[in-house]
Write a protein that binds this ligand. Structure first.
Ligand code: GDP
Ligand code: ZN
Length: 293
């Protein structure tokens, strides 16, 4: 039988087989030998051990479309990162770090600013700030149920990592997105939710045909990893059009004279807040490099 790993805890993998339910499976020794670790999101073949108890063995991992390190997962199409317009105020450093991490892993990101109802003007500003950088931005209010259809359209038929710090309305939104799912799948969600409060693991939630949400634990910090400081500028898409005007090849846009990016900053074409985060991340990577040697 074929299914999808929706959750993995302590050596057990929960495999959703459409139409048959969720099986608790163990990975067989072959995976360990091959050093291949099953991931949430993997499409797998299982062998049923006991139909009544819904247990089985994982026998094969089907080819992956991609593989993410953070959060550990497979076959992810995109990420939806949720921040609140207010309560809590957005942590821009954290948001920018998340954008970098996803871009680094080649995962397109959609930014959702929730609690639009609390501060409309602020929300519009945020919308402009990040759309100007080239990101897709959505404004929602889980409370007023506004903007939900647009989110649904974007999620349809895809597997989406849903992330954000706690308190921004991630559960409220996820609940709305799963609201109209039939009884049968509602039961699956219930089963999964039961475990939700006892674990800090990511899990896949079914949200319609071929549509999955990967619910991840709320995060409050994120370290930049796996990149050289010189690479960082690649992850600020709004710098790209100005980079060509830099006098020096390999300009990192900090102290160099004749820098196109800094010029764009002066004339307000690049956001100061984003640029300041860039500089502070650059310093962080530099410090990290020093410690390495
Ligand atoms: P999570 O920690 O990100 O899962 O956030 P919750 O969904 O638990 O929501 C945190 C708090 O924000 C709760 O008190 C919600 O009622 C509230 N909340 C969620 N969405 C909205 C919204 O769109 N507008 C307002 N005003 N409050 C919201
Ligand atoms: Zn430059």
């Amino acid at each position: 039988m074929q299914g999808k790993i929706i959750k993995g805890i302590a050596g057990f993998y929960y495999v959703d087989v459409i139409g048959s339910g969720i099986y608790e499976c163990k990975a067989k020794g072959i995976f360990r030998k091959e050093k291949k670790k099953p991931l949430v999101g993997d499409n797998v073949e299982i062998q049923i051990l006991n139909e009544e108890e819904k247990t089985g063995n994982l026998v094969k991992i089907l080819p992956r479309k991609n593989e993410l390190i953070r959060p550990a997962s497979a076959n992810v199409d995109q990420a939806l990162v949720i921040f609140a317009v207010r309560q809590p105020d957005p942590n821009y450093g954290l948001l920018d770090r998340f954008l970098i991490s996803m871009e680094q892993q080649n995962v397109p990101v959609i930014i959702c600013f929730n609690k639009h109802d609390l501060a409309q003007e602020e929300a519009e500003k945020l919308y402009r700030l990040y759309t100007d950088c080239g990101y897709q931005v959505l404004l929602t209010s889980a409370w007023k149920e506004e903007g939900i259809e647009e989110v649904k359209k974007i999620l349809e038929g895809k597997t989406t990592v849903v992330a954000g710090p706690s308190g921004v309305g991630k559960s409220s939104l996820t609940n709305l997105l799963q609201k109209e799912i039939s009884m049968e799948t509602g039961e699956i969600s219930k089963k999964l939710k039961r475990g939700k409060h006892t674990t800090r693991h990511s899990q896949l939630l079914y949200a319609g045909e071929d549509t999955y949400l990967m619910d991840t634990p709320g995060f409050s910090s994120l370290y930049l990893e796996g990149m050289e400081k010189e690479e960082l500028r690649e992850y600020f898409p709004e710098f790209h059009p100005y980079q060509e005007q830099c006098r020096f090849q390999g300009c990192v846009h900090i102290h160099e004279p004749g820098c196109g990016v800094k010029e764009a900053l002066e004339t307000g074409k690049i956001s100061k807040q984003r640029y300041d985060n860039y500089v502070s991340f650059y310093q962080e990577l530099k410090e990290k490099e020093k410690r390495r040697y």
